[in-house]
Write a protein that binds this ligand. Structure first.
Ligand SMILES: *Cc1c(COP(=O)(O)O)cnc(C)c1O
Ligand SMILES: [Zn+2]
Length: 444
């Protein structure tokens, strides 16, 4: 048997392979991002059916480390990590929610929502962070000097980094745009003991800052331009297909900001296809906030050229990004998956989140962007009503209570009319008053 192996390679395919235990983020020849390439010949020693059996046998089991949706697929993710270095909090294995009522309202026969926010720190960022921190733990164990792991963040990356680094006993530093993330997101890294630097600037400024620190101060970079994170995040597409008993859905709709996650989604689905576990590729729709829509603009011009922008404020704060680091990978993915890009205004994203909440969800604003895009693509006939569609819900609404409360109190400046706002009825402590109100409500 060949051993399972993986290495970094330039996405523009420059000559050269780099070990996954090296501190390297970009191609030394052309400056492009790197991607992780697996030894597919080694993986092909198992048939598709054998891999399915392996993955199913491990899925959500209590045998360490296979309870994690990531490490249950370790040969496809980072085969070189030894058990004792795995830092996992049982990420992945999230509910694939059948959005039956919401789907019916839109006229879609089969609508599903992949609940990536039901995770240790409340967002999909855990999927990638378990891989990155485990790799760092192993590098340190093998004698590399890494003083700290750092990221720029619109909130969720810093929460994941802080939690996993704290669990591993590694120092974490996060650089955030001051005043631009939710209270819950800010308090997570603080609670986990990370050093939090709140910058007077936007996310793109923080990103430039952390890249410079990585080059000049030797801190290890934990943003998704580090493709170790992509390796973890790519399991989401594999897991969705597994949850459908290895049937590929027709559409996957995903919100995009820095565009690492859509690239990851494509990478996982490509592996499924190449190793014979899937017989087709789904179509992918990336959803952007109108206020931070450089990919949408590039899509509209047929990807002729890409123009970074200065993003406007959006309620979908985690995707308020104008200079996405992974744009080249994302465009490649969209071309491979016959993809589309749709956008949502502030009112559209807030109303879509609230409308879907009324059928039992509790959506974050970014999931709202994806749901609004779904509604528009269905209305336009791009997504057909007979097609099976999966929306990737990226975070828990519980991390965005300011957004939820603001919407239902009709106090969001960006949403003049909150169509689905719902407020408590305030009553005296008096049975007759309560009964009369109940009667009024039931008559409706
Ligand atoms: C990070 C994040 C996104 C965007 O993912 P990218 O990889 O930056 O495109 C979307 N939603 C939430 C909740 C996030 O935390
Ligand atoms: Zn290169």
């Amino acid at each position: 048997m060949l051993p399972y192996r993986a290495h970094f390679r330039c996405i523009a395919r420059c000559e050269g392979q780099y070990g996954l235990d090296l501190v390297i983020y970009r191609c030394p020849k052309c400056g492009n991002l790197l991607e992780v390439v697996h030894d597919m010949e080694a993986l092909k020693q198992h048939s598709a059916d054998e891999w399915k059996e392996v993955f199913e046998g491990r899925f959500m089991s209590s045998k360490w480390p296979y309870g994690s949706g990531i490490w249950g697929k370790r040969e496809w993710v980072h085969p070189g990590i030894r058990d004792e270095n795995i830092v996992s909090m049982f990420e992945g294995g999230t509910n694939l929610f059948w959005a039956q009522r919401y789907g019916k309202e839109l006229g879609v026969e089969e609508l599903w929502v992949k609940m990536c926010g039901n995770s240790h720190t409340g967002s999909f960022k855990d999927l990638g962070m378990t891989v990155l921190i485990s790799a760092v733990k192993q590098m340190i164990a093998d004698g590399k000097e890494i003083s700290a792991v750092a990221c720029a963040s619109t909130g969720d990356t810093s929460a994941a980094l802080a939690a996993y680094a704290a669990a591993a006993g590694i120092r974490a530093m996060v650089i955030l745009p001051r005043g631009k993330i939710s209270t819950a997101q800010l308090v997570q890294p603080l609670a986990n003991g990370a050093s939090v630097l709140a910058l007077d600037g936007n996310f793109d400024d923080c990103m430039a800052m952390v890249q410079r620190l990585a080059t000049e101060e030797g801190v290890y970079l934990a943003n998704s331009m580090n493709s170790l994170r992509v390796e973890g995040q790519k399991t989401v597409g594999i897991e969705i297909v597994q949850q459908f008993d290895w049937e590929v859905p027709d559409w996957i709709i995903i919100p995009g900001g820095n565009l690492g996650n859509v690239s990851a989604l494509g990478a996982g689905l490509n592996m499924l296809y190449e190793l014979g576990l899937a017989t087709k590729r789904p179509r992918i729709a990336v959803a952007q906030a109108e206020n931070a829509n450089p990919l949408y603009t590039a899509y509209k011009n047929g990807f002729e050229h890409f123009e970074p922008m200065v993003p406007q404020t959006t309620l979908a704060s985690a995707i308020q990004i104008g200079r996405p680091v992974s744009v080249a990978k994302a465009i490649k993915t969209l071309k491979e998956f016959n993809g589309v890009v749709e956008q949502a205004s502030e009112t559209e994203l807030a109303d879509a989140a609230a409308r879907a909440d009324k059928t039992g969800m509790f959506n974050c604003p970014h999931t709202g962007v994806a749901l609004a895009a779904l509604e528009k693509l269905v209305a336009a006939g791009t997504i057909k009503k007979s097609e099976r569609a999966v929306v990737i819900s990226t975070a828990s609404g519980l991390k965005f209570t300011d957004f939820k409360v603001g919407y239902h109190e009709s106090k969001l400046a960006a949403v003049p009319v909150a169509k689905y706002a719902n407020q408590p009825v305030e009553l005296p402590n008096d049975y007759t008053a309560v009964r009369d109100q109940v009667r009024r409500l039931l008559k409706k």
